[in-house]
Design a protein around this ligand. Structure first.
Ligand code: GTP
Length: 259
């Protein structure tokens, strides 16, 4: 536990599920359908990691690689106003100065270049707090548009790139004792297979397939039934080297993700 500190998610229920928060030194993946709240969790994580240690934070900054278009900066500002401004008023820089957002990612190659720049970005970061969290939201989105029917060569290249990208992320997680959070989507066409896998306890097959599955250490599955404020949302640990299978419910409120 001591060797792998946790970064709070800013919600006691989620922190309980993860035994303290996102683990440093490994790759955590959150998988789920669109609209389930994966981005909301990322936004909350990049603010919570800045919290002082006595509040479960790591007094760290974060790098947020956003591949889905315009980054949700407005929502991030809203979360700062609603939940963390007072908690962070311990002489630190304004919270947004401790989040580096990279959103210029349109292709797998862009993502690969971006991931390879991370070691230098982290070393040369002008953010005052050390980088303790790296997030990619989402990794599936980058690959989705490439080709619906990839050739065998394309598939091999893609798989090889994913393995190499995961190796870079894992090395960073180890070297800087930071948490890596990767967002992924469940492939819609795989829904039937997913249900089968879930009911057999083996977990979901996200859109990047089994090659990527082997690269992540902890996988969390987010799901939703119903719509809007009445939606019932659930987070479930599918596999993890340090956590038992478990689940919790959560909601998304103006002040963020709450248990
Ligand atoms: P994809 O990016 O499409 O895969 O979805 P996601 O899982 O990342 O979902 P996201 O976190 O973007 O949004 C999930 C839900 O959060 C939405 O359906 C809304 O209910 C809620 N939400 C998103 N933005 C806001 C906001 O600014 N305020 C509030 N109160 N809720 C929001």
């Amino acid at each position: 536990e001591r060797a792998f500190p946790r970064a709070t998610l800013g919600c006691p229920v989620l922190d309980d599920l993860l035994h303290g928060g996102l683990p440093c030194g490994s790759i955590t993946e959150i998988v789920g359908e669109s609209g389930v709240g994966k981005t909301q969790l990322c936004l909350q994580a990049c603010l919570s990691v800045q919290l002082p240690r006595e509040r479960g934070g790591l007094e760290g900054s974060s790098v947020y690689i956003y591949t889905e278009g315009d980054p949700p900066v407005k929502r991030l500002c809203e979360l700062v106003e609603r939940r963390v401004r007072r908690q962070l008023s311990h002489g630190s820089l304004p919270p947004l100065d401790n989040v580096l957002i990279d959103c210029d990612i349109a292709s797998p190659k862009d993502l690969w270049v971006c991931i390879n720049q991370l070691p230098n970005v982290i070393k040369g970061s002008s953010m005052r707090m050390p980088v303790r969290l790296v997030m990619i939201d989402s990794v599936a989105n980058v690959f989705r548009d490439v080709s619906d029917r990839p050739t065998v060569t394309e598939l091999k290249e893609r798989t090889s790139m994913m393995f190499r990208a995961a190796a870079v992320l894992k090395e960073l997680a180890d070297r800087h004792n930071l948490a890596v959070l990767v967002v992924n989507q469940v492939a819609d066409t795989m829904q039937g297979v997913n249900e089968e896998l879930q009911s057999s306890g083996r977990g979901v097959l996200p859109s990047l397939g089994l090659a990527w599955s082997n690269c992540v250490n902890t996988r969390i599955f987010a799901s939703r039934t119903g719509q809007g404020l009445d939606a019932s949302r659930k987070l479930q640990i599918l596999f993890s080297p340090h956590l038992p299978p478990a689940a919790c419910e959560y909601q998304i409120r103006p002040e963020g993700v709450v248990g």
